[in-house]
Design a protein around this ligand. Structure first.
Ligand code: PEP
Ligand code: MG
Length: 328
């Protein structure tokens, strides 16, 4: 099966009726880079930086981070790398993170995590922003902020970034002056208000792992409620659709970097909704590419988007099977 997929590696990604799609990879560890190149990704759509902060007592210094980001961007040979600022807290615990948030909280997923934690630790956040900026002198880098829920968070993050740029200017250190900035849409409120964010960023990226967790109120790591975790829930689909519409309206790219983007079962549905940028685990890439290359968008069932109005999970499953029938 793998070998039959490998012929897709060198093919461009586009639907049978000619719509070009961008397939990017998610990276969690430096060693993922070789798998990513082998899978034929067009870049990295989500570079998770949490690994840098794990299993240690103090956060990494600027030079260490710069080396890590430079390695990845050079390893990608000119392809774009979207670096997400540290998303610690909740399910992403760190040993050295103990001093970051000492409170034992009942609902860590609703607590001080991701951008919220970044903004309460400005020194640590600035170290990361400086390292990312400096690495942008060595290749195409974009910056992405996790779990944005208010405009204020976005402005604060941007402000810190501008301060870091000014510092680097004073120090005579190089960086990409046109570095693009994006926000992750992974909170229902942010999907509903995606337009508001779309006006102020260069791109949006939908994090379905958290978006589903927060929309359906199910802890993403709690096996007891796992059965409720459903990307086809109409609320989830409507929020994804709203985010894509906001991107179209404001003419900025929207990508998806949660697990849903790498699940071949949803590829055609997402194509029909207008998703053009998929970022996923490198192992999922060729199968998703095969589906894209074998799909004629114009031939998808006319009722594809009706799935957003389907209230019954069994009916939604039937519809998705119909969408995925090979002759479409
Ligand atoms: C997501 O929430 O979908 C996502 C891509 O981020 P993470 O899984 O790292 O929280
Ligand atoms: Mg997330």
């Amino acid at each position: 099966h793998i070998s039959s997929l490998s012929r897709y590696k060198s093919q461009p990604t586009k639907t049978r009726d000619g719509k070009a799609i961008t397939l990017l990879a998610n990276a969690e560890l430096p060693e993922d880079i070789s798998t990513i190149s082998a899978a034929g990704a067009q870049g990295i759509g989500l570079y998770r930086t949490e690994f840098l902060y794990m299993n240690r007592l103090s956060p990494p210094e600027e030079e260490e981070q710069l080396a890590a980001y430079r390695d990845v961007v050079e390893g990608m040979n000119g392809q774009p790398v979207t670096i997400r600022t540290f998303d610690l807290g909740a399910d992403k615990t760190v040993d050295g993170g103990r001093q970051l948030s000492q409170n034992i909280v009942t609902n860590p997923a609703l607590g001080l995590r991701a951008i919220r934690l970044c903004l309460t630790q400005p020194a640590m956040f600035r170290t990361q922003l400086r390292a990312i900026l400096r690495a942008s002198a060595f290749g195409k880098i974009k910056i992405m902020f996790p779990m944005i829920s208010t405009m204020n968070e976005l402005f604060q993050a941007r402000n810190l970034l501008e301060q870091c740029k000014a510092e680097l200017d004073r120090e005579g250190l190089e960086y990409d002056r046109h570095i693009e900035i994006g926000a992750m849409i992974e909170i229902p409120a942010s999907a509903v208000c995606a337009e508001m964010f779309a006006r102020h960023v260069d791109f949006l990226s939908i994090g379905t792992n958290d978006l589903i967790q927060y929309t359906l109120a199910i802890d993403r790591i709690d096996d007891h409620v796992n059965y409720l975790y459903d990307p086809l829930h109409p609320a989830v689909l409507k929020l994804i659709h709203m985010t894509l519409e906001a991107g179209r309206k404001h003419q900025i790219p929207v990508s998806m970097c949660g697990e849903m983007a790498g699940d071949a079962r949803y590829t055609r549905l997402l194509l029909a909704m207008g998703l053009e940028n998929f970022s996923m685990h490198p192992n999922a890439l060729l199968e998703v590419k095969r589906i894209i290359n074998e799909t004629d968008l114009a031939q998808l069932p006319a009722n594809t988007l009706q799935i957003m109005a389907v209230s019954d999970a069994i009916e939604a499953d039937m519809l998705i099977e119909q969408i995925n029938e090979p002759d479409h």
